[in-house]
Every structure is written in structure tokens, then in C-alpha cells.
Design a protein around this ligand. Sequence first.
Ligand code: ZN
Length: 407
Amino acid sequence: MMDIEICKWYNNADSPVLFMIDDFANVWVDTNGNGEIDIEEDWGYGKNSEKSSFRYLNEVILKDFPKVKVTFFTPVGIRVGIIEDPPIKSVSKMINCDDETKEFFRNIYNNSKFEIAYHGTTHGKVGKTRHDFKQEWELFQSLEEANEVVNYGKEIYKDVFGDYPKGGKYCGYCSNCFSDDSIDKGGFLWWCRYCNLDTKNAIKNGCLDKFFHGEDCSDITNFDAKKFGINEVIDIPSTVNGGLLSGIIKSNCNSLKGIAKIILKKYLVKKKLEQIDYLVKNKLVISIQEHISPARDDGRRQQPNIYDDRESLRMIFKFLNDKKIWYCTGSELAEYVYLKNAVKLISNSEKVFFFEFNINKVINGREITLKINDNRRSYLIAPNGEYLKIKNGIVNVPLLQGEYELN
Ligand SMILES: [Zn+2]
């Protein structure tokens, strides 16, 4: 019989790589109080202006890594600050506050290098101190209340982008017993529920919060895509801190000089990168977490952020350069996982096969990767008559009704 497998990831990659940036919002924190947008102060309000964070991201972080795709998490309403009566002034507006703002966000949405995912309306509620801050989904006291706010936020999103969001993330990874149902009912294809990269430490230190870390203590499944809810929402884990190497790069090894210092740093960097290598070797999700700006209205520095982690991020991307990976957005990953689960490959001869599938969600990219374990085969004819070359046993095929013929 025919020996064909559907690959775990698109293009038979070992791992998908997602670059996830939080709180890309219509916000500006005027840290130095001079009334002008300066470097590090902008969360998206500065659009693509000279000292904006979006420009910094493109010109400094992504410049040498054209294949990297970014999934932004955007609070669509007036994103609140951290505390009541903050010492630092900030500006915060809805993402649909005027045409110019809408156009800025919409252009990013329409660029295939980027995705804008949902991240609540206000992000939460300020408190007297930063410890009293409540995250958006923690505030909901019933499913009805959660649904209402999610639906309100989805309409703002639709007003700007013309469509509802496909995925999103809990603000501050915080949720309560109503949260998952609100996402399940909200029609989302995917969601980021947990800060998975901290689960193991939390277990070790006896401070596991199941709404924050999740409860999966497996070193495999905790870093893989899963699903939850009646509608089988794809749960994308958070697996890598963008500042993974920042502590080492900036560390003050004053007591060591010259070569010894360089060797030690090299060794420590290599050790840390083993964490990413582990994900690649086990075909798990590499999702690199960051914030768009360090600026907060309580004067503290938001961590991690793309400014402090510039070198760390660049080293991570360089490390990934020669790996067999797939740069994708949250929706691209979720669509592939959904299709892989929804499709069954049927064959009743040596040469011909077809797919059985029942797709009841809106899926844009309907391509699936096959591994054909038969080296006599060099191309495949799809039901639409298209010839597809099989390279090293791998071929990406459009998902169609009808027969595929191997040759
Ligand atoms: Zn956030």
C-alpha cells in the first residue's frame, strides 16, 4: 500500500516559529514629559513616525531577518495604564478613533508578514498600586459579562479590519473560570491561554497558578499546540522569552577580563540556546514573547521589551537561520493544525489517493504538506490538473475534492 504521511508542520518543518508582540496599541507614554514621542515611548500611537516602535521593530529588529513574521496582540479600546494618578502622562485611544489610525493598523493587518490578534478592550483596570492592577478577563464575574465585552471588542476590531479576529491572548495571561467559555463562544480559531515557559518553575517552586501557567507539566505537550472548548479552539503555547539571552549579554563580568569574559559569555549563550534547540528537536512550538515598549506610566520598565532585548532577539533569529523551521503567524499555525486534524488521507491503489474532510471553519490557507515514503515518485497531479514536484519526498498540496495521482 501507499506510504504517505501528513506532516506535523507546514513544509515538513521541525518547528513553527512565531514572534509574538504584546500591547501594540494606540498608546504613547511620555516618559520624559517633553511632549514629543521619543524612542522607547511609543506603543503604536506614533504609527510609523521616526521614533515610533513600529519603525524600530522593522528597521532594527527585523531588518536582517526578512522571513520572520510578527503576530501583534492589540487591545482595541482605550488601554488603561498601570496605576491611579500615575506620575507619568500618557495618551491612550481606541484603534478606530480616526481614519488615519484605522488606516495605519489596517495596512499592517493587510501585510502578510504581520497579523493583528485580539487582546481585549482596555487590558484591565488600574489599582492604587501596581499589585492591585486587575487584568481584563479576571474582572468578569459571569460568562454573560465576559461575552458582552468580547463581543463589543470584536465589533471595534471589525470596524477597523473588516472582519472579526481569528485569535488572541489573555491580558497578562490572566483568566478565571468564565474565560475559556467566552473564547470558545466568541468564535475564535485560536487563543494563547498560558505562560507555558514558566510552568515548570512554578511547579518546582510550589506556586502553580492554573489560570496563568496552565496545568500541563509535560515537557512535550506543554510546548505543543492543543485544543480546548466545544469548538476545539487551538491553544498556542508561549514557549520562549525574547529576553532569553539579555541577562547574559548585559551581565557585568567586571572581575573577568578579555578572552575569559568572551569565552564565558559564549558558553552561557550556547547553554541558553539549548532550550530552543530542545523545541526544534522535539518538533514543538517556538513562540517568542515580547512587548512593543518598555514605557509604563508608573515609571517602571516593562519587561521583556524589544528595546532591551535587541541583541537577544537578533541572536535567537540568527540561531534559527539554519534550522528547518516555518515562520508563521498565529492564524497560519492554527489553520494548519486545524486542517491536519480535519483531514483523512484515503488510498486504494499504489498511485491514487484522495482526502476526506469536513471543514466547518473559515480557513484561508488550505495547503497541507505530505511526506511520500517512496523514492520512485517525483511529481503529483492534483485534482485541478496542477503538477506538483515532490522534493526529497516532500510536497505541499492544495486541499481539494477528488483524486491525486502520484508519478
Ligand atoms: Zn498585554
